[in-house]
Ligand binder design. Structure first.
Ligand SMILES: [Zn+2]
Length: 547
């Protein structure tokens, strides 16, 4: 085998030297009619200036029109270039371009035709383009204006790398203790996977089915507890089923981990269910953190006709959700507290009538744009005004399940918009973590005291036992834990104090939680032990059994 691999390597290296691609700019010289194309564009620009002077356009319109002219000019040149390149299909340039590995039409255009429009340091396109190509060389003025965008780009990349790196750290620290610790938690809880902008097939692939699926002709076609792989997903598609109940990490009942059935497929091993001891928390963190640098850093503040909507996207949006950033009063969107008709939209307040006929008054802030009209029937949780949603308020109005789903959808959309494919399970793990702690309001017949922060799954267990014994269960309030909260106050004090604010957390832990059970990976690593995942999981099971 080793001999074979050695020879394979030799063959590879040998033939790599045969390809011998070398490039020459002369291969593509004289392939475009540049001067004429530029002159035409210049003529159009002079025309625009004339109209502007006559008052037909305002400043913004003039700029927009000029930019469009140069865009068109560049596109024209690019088309000429690409057409000619296809004719010269024996050149190295053709091979590089055609392979799709390097050099898009855009990069060739920048080299041979024109660099085109550039941006200033604010990222706005400026109306003077760079008409020279890199092959011709830039004029001092062109070089000067091209530098703004380049500098901004480099600074952005440096900042983004740091931001994404720190996000990854917080993600890992917030979920490092989650691994697969049992085959089946025995829960009946599940989620309803529905088709929206994401196809159902993709949504359910790799999950265990939580219901029987049947059709009229054949009866039951898929049974509960089936792992949905290609074959099974095809059956669902063929029967035109639009919603399916599946198990999910969101609804797993285990307190310290997740079970195989709720997690489903191991995404790195086609066809295999997740193995016991897999560190699914860390895998989820890395899956969301690694593409972080590919997300944009820009926050769009679109003004003018479209309104004062602030559209946060990319990395800032992911941070906003995972860090549970509270929008300040001015930016906050007002949410309908209940379903019902809007009875009036006034200057300072909006009145709504609930289904019992009771009137609800929403005071309006200064900068808010109203999204409803008199007579509209709004649903509970719907946004009445523009602005950002306060997660905590949304949770209070809509409850756990819908809020978790909101977190999942919002984060997924961010990655989706940038063309990054993320399995929803990874986001679900974080939605689970963010709602993992609840605050006790009244202890009932449990041992909890009002104000205690308790693990949700743990509390559910305690409450179920109380109900069975005809005792009073504890009442609680859902709260949102940000990544920072989760990383700062995990169950392990070793993991907690080694994150940030060591002194503060040492004091806290010594008062409230002075024992570390060494359950997560991080605390075991710190203690110099085998971590309880992978092969270490089996070791730990053996150890616990013998004890
Ligand atoms: Zn489970």
């Amino acid at each position: 085998m080793i001999d074979f691999l050695d020879q394979l390597k030799k063959v590879g290296f040998d033939y790599a030297t045969y390809s011998g691609i070398s490039i020459s700019p002369f291969e593509l010289g004289e392939v475009i009619v540049k001067e004429k194309t530029l002159k035409e564009a210049e003529k159009k620009v002079t025309e625009i200036d004339k109209h502007f002077a006559q008052g037909f356009y305002n400043e913004a319109e003039k700029k927009q029109k000029k930019i469009a002219v140069w865009e068109e000019c560049k596109e024209n040149l690019q088309n000429q270039l690409v057409t000619n390149l296809e004719k010269k299909n024996t050149t190295s340039f053709y091979h590089i371009w055609d392979s799709g590995a390097r050099a898009s039409g855009e990069s060739l255009t920048q080299i041979f035709a024109m660099r085109g429009n550039t941006t200033n340091y604010l990222g706005e396109v400026i109306e003077t383009p760079i008409t020279s190509s890199l092959w011709e060389g830039l004029s001092p003025f062109e070089f000067f204006i091209s530098v703004y965008g380049a500098v901004k780009g480099m600074i952005d990349i440096a900042l983004k790398t740091a931001e994404a790196g720190y996000l990854t750290r917080r993600l890992v620290e917030a979920s490092q203790s989650l691994s697969i610790i049992s085959l089946d938690c025995g829960t009946d809880n599940n989620i309803l996977a529905e088709e929206n902008d994401m196809p159902l097939a993709k949504r359910v692939y790799g999950r265990y089915l939580a219901q029987d699926i049947s059709n009229k002709k054949e009866g039951v076609i898929l049974t509960r507890n089936t792992l949905l792989l290609e074959k099974e997903v095809k059956i669902i598609q063929k029967n035109k089923i639009s919603a399916v109940q599946v198990f999910s990490p969101l609804t797993c009942q285990l307190v310290e981990g997740i079970c195989q059935k709720c997690y489903g497929l191991d995404l790195s091993k086609p066809g295999e269910a997740i193995a016991l001891g897999t560190a699914v928390g860390i895998i989820a963190a890395q899956s969301l953190g690694e593409p972080g640098t590919q997300l944009t850093m820009r926050t769009f503040h679109s003004g003018g006709i479209t309104g004062d909507e602030d559209i946060t996207q990319g990395l800032p949006k992911v941070k906003q959700i995972f860090d549970n950033v509270k929008p300040d009063k001015q930016e906050k969107s007002i949410l309908a507290k209940t379903s019902g008709e809007i009875i009036s939209v006034e200057e300072k307040i909006i009145r709504q009538k609930d289904d019992k006929g009771q009137e609800i008054i929403y005071p309006l802030g200064k900068k808010k744009k109203v999204r409803v009209n008199q007579g509209d029937i709004v649903k509970k949780g719907e946004r009445i005004t523009s602005g950002k949603i306060d997660l905590e308020e949304y949770l209070e109005i809509m409850g756990r399940d819908i809020c978790q789903n909101y977190i999942k959808e919002e984060v997924r959309k961010v990655y989706d918009n940038q063309g990054i494919d993320i399995d929803e399970k990874h986001i679900e793990i974080f939605a689970r973590q963010m709602l993992s702690k609840v605050e006790i309001i009244s202890g009932g017949d449990s041992e909890y005291l009002a104000g205690d922060m308790v693990n949700y799954q743990q509390l559910e267990k305690v409450n179920q036992a109380l109900v069975v014994n005809k005792k009073k269960p504890a009442s609680f309030k859902n709260i949102i834990s940000s990544l920072k909260d989760l990383a700062s106050y995990p169950d392990s004090f070793l993991a907690g104090i080694s994150f940030q604010n060591t002194l503060k957390s040492l004091v806290n832990y010594s008062l409230y939680q002075p024992v570390d059970y060494l359950r997560g990976s991080k605390e075991n690593l710190i203690a110099g032990q085998l971590i309880p995942v992978g092969s270490g999981f089996k070791e730990r099971e053996r150890f616990l059994k013998n004890k």
